[in-house]
Design a protein around this ligand. Structure first.
Ligand SMILES: CC(C)(COP(=O)(O)OP(=O)(O)OC[C@H]1O[C@@H](n2cnc3c(N)ncnc32)[C@H](O)[C@@H]1OP(=O)(O)O)[C@@H](O)C(=O)NCCC(=O)NCCS
Length: 196
């Protein structure tokens, strides 16, 4: 028996009827629209962005459509949410982030995130993920949020540190990516840590 008491966030539980919009000082996080396909394509066609992501860089804009279909499907199935990140001032598409693999029984899910290269190093993803964690713990009532990070992905590891994630361990040869087995670092943050 797990002796820890469940966190009791004050927010009303999210009912999945409408895709949620989140706002931060510099960003708007919203549902994907058909016109995001170009931005998504450019994001995932960039070899540097894809370096530590287990997919080959996109070669056609139709792959962005498939990605958006996946976003819609995980929302419909209530197993995840993927937000499009928009620069509040210019309205430009700058990246994506969200949840996947939501396991209701355990109130646990994983986060993923990727930012257009021109916007790296401005602290935008920490800002976006803080809002996503607030939503995950506050409105989805998650107990645990995980992230899997390539051990060579220094920017992502730094992001984990900034956000207060704990390194749980190294999953050895956990995925077969781009022709080789790669280790992944397992990070997590608990509701009791985030909500304080
Ligand atoms: C990971 C990612 C989302 C970070 O977003 P971001 O908004 O640029 O994050 P930050 O602005 O906090 O900057 C990254 C931090 O990592 C540090 N960093 C970046 N590259 C680094 C490197 N090669 N070595 C050491 N530190 C590095 C930066 O110095 C910065 O830390 P600081 O603010 O203490 O100086 C972004 O780099 C990205 O989209 N990468 C490609 C996609 C990806 O790998 N996604 C994650 C899959 S798990």
């Amino acid at each position: 028996m797990n002796p820890s008491t469940p966190a009791s966030p004050s927010h009303e539980r999210f009912d999945w009827s409408e895709f949620p919009r989140l706002e931060t000082p510099r960003l708007i996080l919203r549902e994907a629209r058909p016109e995001d396909r170009e931005g998504l394509f450019r994001l995932y066609a960039d070899e540097e962005v894809m370096r530590y992501i287990p997919l080959d860089p996109f070669e056609s804009v139709e792959e962005a459509d498939d990605e958006m279909s996946w976003h819609a499907r995980i929302f419909r199935e209530q197993t995840g949410l993927r937000w499009m990140i928009e620069d509040r001032e210019s309205g430009a598409f700058v990246g994506t982030c969200g949840f996947l693999g939501l396991e209701r029984e355990h109130n646990r899910m994983e986060i993923g995130y990727d930012l257009t290269r021109a916007h790296w190093g401005r602290g935008l993803m920490p800002e976006a993920i803080r809002a996503v964690l607030d939503f995950g713990f506050g409105s989805l009532h998650a107990n645990k949020i995980e992230a899997r990070v390539d051990p060579d992905n220094a920017a992502s590891i730094r992001l984990m540190e900034k956000l207060g994630f704990t390194l749980e361990g190294r999953l050895r040869q956990h995925e077969f990516e781009k022709g080789r087995y790669v280790d992944l670092l397992a990070y997590s943050i608990l509701a009791q840590e985030h909500l304080g």
